[in-house]
Write a protein that binds this ligand. Structure first.
Ligand code: ADP
Length: 272
């Protein structure tokens, strides 16, 4: 579990947002102005209800929550497991929450691409912060973090180094399979033929991004292009998406927290 105070100053937490994703669970506290006070992040546990209970108990002990969070603190749940958060005052879709979080963080609209552990989405946001259109892929691992994790496991490169290794490649191997299972077999075959790890990894990133770009096309790209989700911590994602689209890509300070942040902001509106 990681727990971080995201602002240097003390502020009382007035509202909470929780994003129960398929891979990680994030909980965020915001102060009366909607500033991020702290966050907790854990790998998702299949026993969602127990995990949420544990996280909320832990949240109540965080210093910025003083006086301790009362049962009445509004809590909005989002993400794949949002309906399982019985403590929530409301549940709201990831689309709405991601848009809310990113708009507050960056103060402008555009096209948001969220790449999570097992799903990806493209959300078109207008200049007022409203969702205009979106596309979501939660049926297939291609175009999600899972695609890179499964295929890269075969290359023996740790998750945190995937981007760095891919960007260090002087050449790129084209991966023809978009399906995660077939791409994994393709990687095994390339290694067997003596191909180096770096160009294979770069090709895997390219394959993931081609899927993402196809989704962007279905929604229509209205610049600027923005990124959120845990996979964005891989530096090759933003860099190679820029190559693919010829657009500048903006990454917020806490890309993995945008859904939970948006949920907390909606909870705050509810409180006021
Ligand atoms: P979800 O909300 O769908 O549960 P997240 O947005 O939290 O997913 O993203 C989780 C995924 O982010 C992980 O499955 C992993 O692929 C990726 N990820 C997390 N940390 C890193 C990192 N440091 N470098 C690269 N990828 C990462």
């Amino acid at each position: 579990m990681t727990a971080h105070g995201t602002k240097g100053r003390m502020a009382q937490v007035c509202a909470l947002g929780i994003d129960v994703g398929s891979t990680t669970v994030k909980i965020i506290g915001v102060d009366a102005e909607g500033n991020l006070a702290w966050h907790l992040l854990e790998q998702a546990d299949p026993r969602v209800e127990d995990q949420v209970e544990r996280l909320l108990a832990r949240a109540a002990t965080l210093p910025l929550s003083s006086p301790p969070l009362a049962g009445g603190t509004p809590l909005v749940a989002t993400g794949y497991g949002r309906k399982l958060v019985r403590q929530a005052t409301r549940s709201v879709t990831e689309i709405t929450c991601h848009a809310k979080g990113i708009y507050r963080e960056l103060s402008h609209g555009g096209t948001l691409v969220d790449i999570g552990g097992q799903d990806s989405k493209v959300i078109s946001i207008n200049s007022k912060g409203d969702v205009v259109d979106f596309s979501m892929n939660d049926k297939c691992a291609a175009g999600t973090g899972r695609f890179l994790e499964n295929t890269a496991r075969r290359l023996g490169v740790p998750l945190e180094r995937l981007g760095q290794v891919a960007l260090s490649a002087l050449e790129e191997v084209s991966i023809s399979s978009t399906c995660t299972v077939f791409a994994e077999s393709e990687v095994i075959s390339l290694i067997a033929h003596g191909i180096a790890v770096e160009p294979i990894l770069r090709g895997l990133h390219r394959s993931l991004l081609k899927r993402v770009v196809a989704m962007i096309r279905t929604v229509g790209l209205v610049p600027p292009l923005m990124l959120s989700g845990g996979v964005v911590q891989n530096q090759a994602i933003a860099r190679m998406l820029e190559e693919e689209t010829s657009e500048t890509v903006i990454v917020p300070r806490y890309p993995q927290l945008m859904g939970a942040y948006g949920a907390a902001l909606i909870a705050l509106e509810q409180a006021n």
